[in-house]
Structure formats: structure tokens, C-alpha cells
Design a protein around this ligand. Structure first.
Ligand code: UDP
Ligand code: MG
Length: 138
């Protein structure tokens, strides 16, 4: 069981001014922010980040959407971080996300679904390292 996960606040949520409310939910749920960056992905970097989905029908649109505006990337710390964060954000499709989850509250669509959350300890480490070098993390 790992104590870290990786998240992004996606372009729709940044554009809707939801950075503050989403970070508040994350803190209220007991996560500590241990690295954070406001940035924008090029299409090339978004494509690399989501390379695991490159054969899926939604990949091209996803890459263009994820590079369409600024994002906030962060590493979060808490016991059982990966699983607890996935519960906090809710289902991929906001129409199916449980009431009170971040996607239920802030997402626009299955694509523009407000936040990313790592799905395993292994991917949390890979994704965190994609945005943050060892010296930036603490
Ligand atoms: N996505 C999409 N259409 C789909 C499924 C996923 O546009 O039918 C997007 C959505 O932004 C999602 C991302 O692709 O968050 C990665 O998909 P995944 O199945 O990994 O969902 P997640 O782990 O983010 O819940
Ligand atoms: Mg996923």
C-alpha cells in the first residue's frame, strides 16, 4: 500500500475557475500536496502521458483536449492514496460519478472530467516522475 498518488486538474476545471474548490476538496479529504505545478501540455506531451490509451477511439480527442489549456499537476500524500483518491474523484463519466465526488461536482463530460487520478501505485510513480524531478519532490 502506497501513500502517494498523482493528479491533474484538467483544462475544463482550470478554465471554469475550479482550481480552488477542487484543491479544498482534496485537502478536506485528508490529502497533503507534496508537489504542485501550473503548466500546459503540448500535444506531444499529452500524447506521451496517455500513450497507454493510444489504441482507444477517444485517444486523439483526449490528446487535443488535454493540450487545449493550462492544467495543474500535483503529487498527493495520504495513507492508501491511490484507492482513496479514486473514490474521491468518482467514475470516469460524471453522469455516473457518485454524489459529492469531484467529478460529480465539477466535471462537464466523460472527456472533460475535471481531474485525473492514478490507477495504481506503479502508475502514480511513473506519472509523478513525468512532471516532477526528484529534487522538486519532498
Ligand atoms: N476518456 C474519454 N472517453 C472515454 C473514456 C475516457 O474521453 O470513453 C478520457 C477521460 O478524460 C478519462 C481519460 O480519457 O479521464 C482516461 O481514461 P480512463 O479510462 O483511464 O479513465 P480515468 O482513469 O481517468 O477514470
Ligand atoms: Mg485512467
Amino acid at each position: 500500500m502506497s501513500n502517494k498518488t498523482f493528479t491533474m486538474i484538467k483544462p475544463d476545471a482550470v478554465g471554469n475557475n475550479y482550481i480552488g474548490p477542487i484543491l479544498a476538496k482534496i485537502n478536506e479529504a485528508g490529502f497533503r500536496i507534496v508537489a504542485m505545478k501550473y503548466t500546459k501540455l503540448s500535444a506531444e506531451l499529452a500524447g506521451q502521458f496517455y500513450a497507454v490509451h493510444r489504441e482507444r477511439p477517444f485517444y486523439k480527442d483526449l490528446v487535443s483536449y488535454m493540450s487545449s489549456g493550462p492544467i495543474v499537476a500535483a503529487i498527493l500524500e495520504k495513507d492508501n492514496a491511490v484507492e482513496d483518491f479514486r473514490k474521491l474523484i468518482g467514475a470516469t463519466d460524471p453522469a455516473k460519478a457518485a454524489p459529492g465526488t469531484i467529478r460529480n461536482l465539477f466535471a462537464k463530460s466523460i472527456e472533460a472530467n475535471a481531474v485525473h487520478g492514478s490507477d495504481s501505485d506503479e502508475n502514480a510513480a511513473i506519472e509523478g516522475n513525468f512532471f516532477f524531478s526528484g529534487t522538486e519532490r519532498f
